[in-house]
Design a protein around this ligand. Structure first.
Ligand SMILES: Nc1ncnc2c1ncn2[C@@H]1O[C@H](COP(=O)(O)OP(=O)(O)OP(=O)(O)O)[C@@H](O)[C@H]1O
Ligand SMILES: [Mg+2]
Length: 166
């Protein structure tokens, strides 16, 4: 890997894909709003397509960052986001790279994506820092749209739902 051979690159890509597949599988089983992981084939992870595919042409759902929402819609999406993050925390995870770019919204349903670097909150010594950063990033988007999204309160709520015995 260190010499950056194509073998090494494939190995890293394969581990990245395998990590995301494992996290998605676990979170999907826990009922979190993430794409259904279909299969892992070497460096390729196939997952549920979030979007419309009526006539064979897929149109991916917009990212949260691209949405024009009024305050009521933003508030409903924030409730869904909280639910999704609670499900992650119950399973022992923080997203690790949460922002309005890694959240899709399909027909008013919010789905978290881009989870290869999800953080094991209990095992990672920096877990709490990642959790706080996630909450700060995403709450700033909602706050700018008139939702009372308190990142510190959210982080505290998520910490309270962590699994206790591992
Ligand atoms: N399950 C999915 N269904 C539909 N579209 C998806 C799905 N996963 C990812 N996408 C689309 O691909 C884009 C990139 O996905 P993702 O965030 O997982 O990868 P990335 O490596 O972070 O790439 P980027 O730097 O573009 O964000 C998303 O913003 C979204 O538009
Ligand atoms: Mg991304």
């Amino acid at each position: 890997m260190a010499t950056r051979t194509s073998f090494g690159r494939d190995l890293i890509a394969g581990q990245w894909a395998a990590a995301e597949f494992a996290v998605l599988s676990r979170l999907w089983r826990a009922g979190a709003a993430v794409p259904y992981p279909v299969q892992l084939d070497g460096t390729e992870l196939m997952m549920e397509f979030i979007g419309d595919h009526d006539d064979g042409n897929g149109v991916a759902a917009p990212r949260l960052a691209e949405l024009r929402t009024d305050r009521r819609q933003a508030s409903e999406l924030y409730d869904q986001l909280r639910e999704a993050l609670l499900a992650l925390a119950e399973a022992g995870y923080a997203h690790g790279d949460l922002s309005a770019y890694n959240v899709l919204v399909h027909r008013e349903r919010l789905v978290l994506i881009d989870l290869p670097q999800a953080i094991d909150l209990v095992g990672n010594p920096q877990g709490f820092d990642y959790l706080q950063r996630d909450c700060r990033n995403i709450c700033s988007w909602f706050t700018a749209r008139g939702v009372a999204a308190d990142d510190e309160a959210l982080a505290a709520e998520l910490l309270r739902t962590l699994p206790r015995a591992q």
